[in-house]
Design a protein around this ligand. Structure first.
Ligand SMILES: Cc1cc2nc3c(=O)[nH]c(=O)nc-3n(C[C@H](O)[C@H](O)[C@H](O)COP(=O)(O)OP(=O)(O)OC[C@H]3O[C@@H](n4cnc5c(N)ncnc54)[C@H](O)[C@@H]3O)c2cc1C
Length: 361
């Protein structure tokens, strides 16, 4: 039996808590966090509820480490699609279209993702579009695969409820799971924050972008963290679009992606602004993103678009990639950038490997 404190209630922290509870029926976990998925307002940077979210691995062709992590996530989410409708994960075809301008920017080279070939490509039913399946005046090539949309706030609450289910009791000595609102200024503070009066064996640091504020993390390490801003529109799906649709364009820091949720909403997004921490959605950006819907996907009716909400989020990127690292009884797990959902299960598995000292990291 081990006693854990996880700092952070984003997708990374909650998934880690889940996997710790699952790993041993006697393990106990306290999550300590500034923000929780059920908060109505996020006064500070908290990324997980803002995301779309889908699975479309960004791993480079030679990055087998991230490819393996993302494969674990894909399989887990498909397990939810098949067996756990309450998880809020919905099967959707995922379509990607590449414009002439983007193709030119890529040096006239077709860039297919790592999951376009090999065994996994068959599992996810990857296929390139044939001529006649897309508008050749707008696009040079395109592909699709069996993807998904994760309704983030439902999904995070589902994961927390799974933790309570494994806990068996809501509080007290018999409980195995506990949540506390709190802010730590140093990771090591968390060793004093267990809900049970017993020694904490491990602290798992899942603080996302805010890890840059933790005083016992080396300043050079903290400086590696930077935000990549995203703006998302939640709109009513009176457009009729059924696939997750991604349009790759040449504009710096911008793009277009559309995710149809089960609940009759679309998520429309399209910016990747490095270092920008502005929390307000500016109208010029909204106009650009929404005008691209008409420009690239004119087969749908965009005239009666009803915007439910606009939201801004900050992807927690880290120079050098994910930090999944053990320092004695502290394990860091942050810096998943624009891939926190798709990587969450694989990252939590790597953390388990570190606890068992199995990992070569
Ligand atoms: C617009 C947008 C679209 C995205 N789309 C996708 C997508 O389609 N697929 C995908 O996989 N990913 C996507 N992402 C990325 C994904 O959302 C992030 O990678 C992920 O949410 C990061 O999760 P996290 O748990 O690391 O951080 P967060 O969600 O930010 O959680 C951090 C937690 O740590 C707590 N915390 C921080 N500091 C302290 C402290 N000192 N004391 C106590 N608590 C603290 C916070 O309160 C919070 O609970 C998207 C992101 C954005 C912004």
């Amino acid at each position: 039996m081990s006693n854990y404190v996880v700092i952070g209630a984003g997708v990374i922290g909650i998934t880690n808590a889940h996997e710790i509870l699952k790993a041993n029926p006697n393990n106990k976990v306290t999550i300590v966090a500034q923000h929780f998925p059920t908060d109505f307002e996020f006064k500070n940077i908290y990324t997980s509820p803002i995301a779309g979210a889908n699975w479309e691995s960004f791993a480079k062709l030679d990055d087998t480490f991230v490819q393996e992590i993302d494969t674990i996530g894909y399989r887990k989410f498909y397990d939810f699609i098949r067996n756990r409708p309450e998880a809020g994960v919905t099967k959707r075809l995922n379509s990607v279209l590449v414009t002439h301008e983007k193709f030119k920017l890529d040096g006239g080279v077709k860039k297919l993702p790592w999951f376009a070939s090999g065994e996994f490509s068959k599992e996810i039913k990857f296929r390139e579009y044939n001529d006649g399946e897309f508008d050749k005046e707008k696009f040079v090539y395109g592909f699709e695969f069996d993807g998904m949309v994760i309704r983030t706030t439902y999904y995070l609450s589902f994961l927390i409820n799974e933790c309570w289910r494994m806990s068996g009791a809501a509080e007290g000595e018999n409980a195995r799971f506990s949540i506390k609102r709190g802010t730590v200024s140093e990771v090591r503070d968390a060793f004093q924050l267990s809900s049970w009066n017993r020694k904490v064996d491990y602290v798992i640091n899942c603080t996302g972008l805010l890890s840059r504020n933790l005083l016992d993390i080396d300043i050079k390490e903290r400086d590696k963290m930077y935000p990549v801003r995203g703006c998302v529109y939640v709109v009513k799906n009176n457009v009729g679009i059924k696939k997750v649709t991604v349009v790759e364009i040449a504009e710096k820091d911008e793009g277009l992606y559309i995710m149809p949720r089960r609940e009759g909403e679309l998520i429309i997004g399209g910016c990747f602004q490095v270092g920008n921490e502005d929390k307000i959605v500016d109208d010029a950006l909204s106009d650009r993103i929404l005008s691209r819907c008409k420009q690239y996907l004119p087969q749908y009716n965009w005239d009666n678009l009803e915007i439910v909400r606009k939201q801004v989020g900050f992807r927690p990127f880290r120079k050098g990639g994910y930090r999944i690292e053990r320092e004695g009884r502290i394990i860091h797990c942050y810096g998943m950038g624009g891939a926190g959902y798709q990587s969450s299960w694989g990252c939590a598995q790597r953390v388990q490997d570190l606890i068992l000292c199995k990992s070569k990291l």
